[in-house]
Ligand binder design. Structure first.
Ligand code: NAP
Length: 330
C-alpha cells in the first residue's frame, strides 16, 4: 500500500487524485498540507484524510509518506519538487512541471541521484485511446508527416484565479499551451523552432489566447497550436497530416470519461476507411489511468523520470516570446 501526501489544497486535487485513489486499493492519501494550518485541518476532515499539516515542509518530514502530489501554482512546482526529492519522496507534479529546461535538467538529475520517481501529471496521454492514437501515428499509418496541430480552449478564469497571475506563472501558454506542446512533441520526434507566436487576446499582464507556429529545422514538418482562455467552452483537438492521409482527434486533451464506445467522446475523423477503433476507457478517466501508471512504476521500482524535455524547451522559448509581447502596449 503506497502512502501519498497532498502538497496544497488545490481544486484539482479532487478530480486528479482524491477520486482516483478512492477507486483503488493499493494506495491511500494519508496527509494533506496547506500553508495555513486551519485550512489543512478543514480539508482533511472534509475529505477524510488522516493527517493535516500547516506547512508543506512538515508534510515532507512525515516518514510514513512514500510519494507527494504537488498541485501548487506553476511558479512553485520547481522548488517543491526539489524539496520533495531531497526529503526522499517520489513525486507526481502538476503540469507544467517547470518553466525552464535548466530547472528540468537539475530536477531530473536530482531524481536520478536519489533513485526516486519524478513524473509530470500530464494526464491526457495515459488514456488508452491516446496511447492507441500515438501508436498509430508512430507505426507510420500516415507515412512521412507534414503537419501537426493541437488546440485547447478552456473557460475564462475568474478574477483572482492563479491562471491570471503572472507572478504565479499564469497565462494561457503556461496552463493550456503546455498540453499542446506536449502533444506536438510526442508526435514530431525532431527538434522544433518557433516561426511565430502572437497573442489573440490579453490583459495588460497576462496572455489569454495565443497562436503559435513551429517548424522542424529542415522545414519538413510544420506545427501549429492554439490555446485559449477566452472561450465559453472546454474543448480540444489534435490533427496530424502525412503523405498518406490525415487524422483528427477531438476532445483529445480533455480528461475524458468514456461510458460507451470511444467515438461517443473522442471523435476520430480520418481519411482512412478502415482505421481501427481506439480503446475505450470503460468509464475510467485520464486521471485514473495516470494514477495506474504512477503506481505501476512504483511497484516495478522503475524510477526513470517521466517528463517531456522537448516540450519544456518550447514552453520556455514560448514564454520568452509571450513576455516580450506583453511588454508592448495594448
Ligand atoms: N491536470 C489537470 O487537469 C489540471 C487542471 C487544473 C490545474 N492543473 C494544475 O494544477 C495546479 C493547481 O491548479 P488549481 O487550479 O487546482 O489551483 P488552485 O485551486 O488555485 O490551488 C492552488 C493551491 O496552491 C497553494 N498555493 C501555494 N502558494 C500559493 C499562492 N501564492 N497563491 C495561490 N495558491 C497558492 C494553495 O494551497 P494552500 O493554500 O492549501 O497552501 C492553493 O490551494 C496548477 O499547476 C495547474 O496548472 C492541472
Amino acid at each position: 500500500m503506497f502512502s501519498i501526501g497532498l502538497l496544497s489544497t488545490a481544486k484539482i486535487n479532487i478530480e486528479a487524485l482524491l477520486n482516483p485513489v478512492r477507486r483503488r486499493d493499493d494506495c491511500q492519501i494519508t496527509a494533506v498540507a496547506s500553508r495555513h494550518w486551519e485550512k489543512a485541518q478543514n480539508y482533511a476532515v472534509h475529505h477524510t484524510i488522516p493527517k493535516a499539516y500547516g506547512s508543506y515542509q512538515a508534510l515532507l518530514e512525515d516518514h510514513q509518506i512514500d510519494a507527494i502530489y504537488i498541485s501548487t501554482p506553476n511558479s512553485l512546482h520547481s522548488s517543491w519538487v526539489k524539496a520533495g526529492l531531497e526529503a526522499g519522496k517520489h513525486i507526481l507534479c502538476e503540469k507544467p512541471l517547470v518553466c525552464s529546461y535548466q530547472e528540468l535538467t537539475e530536477l531530473k538529475n536530482l531524481a536520478l541521484r536519489q533513485n526516486l520517481l519524478f513524473m509530470e501529471a500530464m494526464h491526457y496521454q495515459y488514456h488508452p485511446a491516446l496511447i492507441d492514437f500515438f501508436r498509430l501515428i508512430d507505426v507510420g499509418i500516415l507515412g512521412p508527416l507534414s503537419y501537426v496541430s493541437a488546440k485547447l480552449r478552456y473557460y475564462r478564469p475568474p478574477v483572482g484565479d492563479i491562471r491570471l497571475d503572472p507572478h504565479l506563472k499564469g497565462g494561457c501558454l503556461m496552463h493550456l499551451g503546455c498540453y499542446c506542446l506536449d502533444a506536438i512533441t510526442r508526435i514530431i520526434k525532431h527538434p522544433l523552432e518557433f516561426t511565430n507566436l502572437h497573442l489573440t487576446e490579453r490583459t495588460p499582464a497576462i496572455d489569454l489566447a495565443c497562436h503559435g507556429t513551429l517548424t522542424t529545422t529542415n522545414q519538413a514538418i510544420k506545427a501549429e497550436f492554439v490555446c485559449d482562455f477566452s472561450g465559453e467552452v472546454f474543448d480540444s483537438e489534435i490533427k496530424v497530416v502525412g503523405d498518406k492521409g490525415e487524422v483528427l482527434l477531438t476532445s483529445a486533451l480533455n480528461p475524458a470519461v468514456i461510458q460507451g464506445f470511444i467515438h461517443d467522446i473522442f471523435s476520430l475523423k480520418t481519411t482512412f476507411p478502415d482505421i481501427p477503433l481506439l480503446s475505450s476507457g470503460k468509464g475510467r478517466n485520464t486521471y485514473d489511468f495516470q494514477l495506474d501508471y504512477f503506481i505501476s512504476l512504483l511497484k516495478e521500482k522503475d524510477h526513470t523520470p517521466r517528463l517531456n524535455e522537448q516540450a519544456t524547451i518550447l514552453l520556455e522559448k514560448g514564454s520568452i516570446l509571450v513576455n516580450d509581447l506583453l511588454k508592448e502596449p495594448m
